[in-house]
Design a protein around this ligand. Structure first.
Ligand code: NAD
Length: 357
């Protein structure tokens, strides 16, 4: 019948290496609309599981399951560390967002979210637009990021959190939040990176910028008097701080020995290729801001946004990312472990405290 049954048999699901402690995994099919999706609820200790819905042309259902399990677990940690009263979940729809996504398909997905009775709250992720979320919202209230609710694009909040995180990192390494005169290399000038670059420029930093998209680079040169380098050079340049805002896995065995900066603090997801790369940064005396801690502004805005444009609470919680990072760094120094290990531990401790009460 369908590929799900042929390639993901029973033991492959329960023995899956990413299975962890997931509470609930739902396999969804709707032949009428062509929907094939997996909704993974990892942990609802702190509240309903919030996590985006990704539409992606997975090669097979096993890859989709791996992604859903891994990403939902990541959301539990991210939401916990961000101080949100929300658990972690994620949905993946197996479809090419450009060719196979339809309003009917998203509506069908919305009906399946509704069946979970609010244990899972969906939102936008890769391959999904506010328009799609409006279709979902016709069938469930357990959705964020529609055009009628929320604050719109989360990127400005992500950028705000990253800026606060850079200042907290500077304080830890250089003894001051002040970025005036610091040289900062920003890799990736997209929704988040460009906004971060603007804030750094306003704070008096000298910028080195890079992107594979030339118009963004030209704009940064013009607006911020930035110096442009090839994207492959971004981590190598002589700078105080390296700010990765492009794609993940940029910190690896090849790049880490070449980094000149004392701090790596940027928005990109999954920056460390392997856990050993975090240890390698620490060994070189480079302070690393755990990615899911510093880039939580977007999820905070999605989680806490209410209709209307009052974003004071969202900004307050996002600015607290700086305090969270300061606490992470102090503990990492005290316990002589990496900041990302401390971040995981702090997220787990909050869950454990909540389970006890
Ligand atoms: P975006 O797609 O708007 O921007 C990415 C930019 O990186 C683009 O300008 C692209 O041209 C550039 N780029 C791609 N490959 C590159 C390379 N090899 N070298 C240099 N530049 C390259 O994405 P975004 O929303 O700004 O997100 C940036 C990163 O932050 C991503 O890793 C994303 O997962 C993460 N993130 C974003 C948010 C958010 O709210 N948007 C939240 C959390 C994490």
């Amino acid at each position: 019948m369908n590929a799900l049954h042929t390639s993901v048999h029973h033991s492959a699901v329960f023995d899956h290496p990413e299975m962890g402690e997931h509470e609930n995994i739902v396999f969804v099919q709707d032949k009428d609309t062509g929907l094939s999706a997996i909704i993974a609820v990892h942990d609802t200790t702190l509240g309903p599981a919030l996590g985006g819905c990704r539409v992606w042309p997975y090669k097979n259902p096993a890859d989709a399951l791996t992604d859903a399990l891994r990403l939902s677990r990541g959301m539990t940690y991210k939401n916990s560390l961000a101080g949100l009263d929300l658990g972690g979940g994620k949905a993946v729809i197996m479809a090419d967002p450009r060719k196979e996504k339809s309003i009917e398909l998203m509506e069908s997905f919305g009906r399946h979210v509704e069946r979970l009775s609010g244990t899972y709250i969906t939102a936008e992720d890769v391959g999904v637009s506010p328009n799609d979320m409006d279709a979902v919202a016709r069938h469930t209230d357990h959705v964020r990021g529609t055009s009628a609710t929320g604050l719109g694009d989360p990127s400005p909040y992500t950028a705000l959190g990253v800026f606060e995180g850079i200042k907290a990192s500077a304080k830890h390494v250089f003894g001051s939040h002040d970025l005036d005169g610091k040289t900062i290399s920003v890799q990736g000038l997209g929704h988040v990176g460009f906004d971060v670059a603007r804030q750094l420029h306003d704070a008096g930093a000298n910028l080195i910028v890079s992107d594979i998209h030339a118009p963004a680079v030209l704009q940064a040169i013009e607006e911020f008097r930035a110096i442009a380098v090839d994207p492959a050079e971004a981590h190598k340049v002589v700078a105080d701080i390296f700010v990765p805002c492009a794609l993940g896995a940029g910190l690896n065995a090849r790049t880490i020995p070449q980094i000149q900066a004392r701090i790596v603090a940027g928005a990109a997801n999954n920056q460390l290729q392997t856990p050993a790369d975090g240890a390698a940064l620490k060994k070189r005396g480079i302070l690393y801001a755990p990615d899911y801690a510093i880039n939580a502004g977007g999820v905070i805005s999605i989680a806490l946004a209410t209709p209307g444009d009052n974003d004071a609470l969202v900004r307050e919680k996002t600015q607290a990312i700086g305090d969270t990072l300061a606490a992470i760094y102090q503990r990492a120094d005290r316990e002589e472990i990496t900041p990302e290990r401390v971040a995981d531990t702090m997220a787990e401790e909050r869950l454990a405290r909540s389970r006890r009460v």
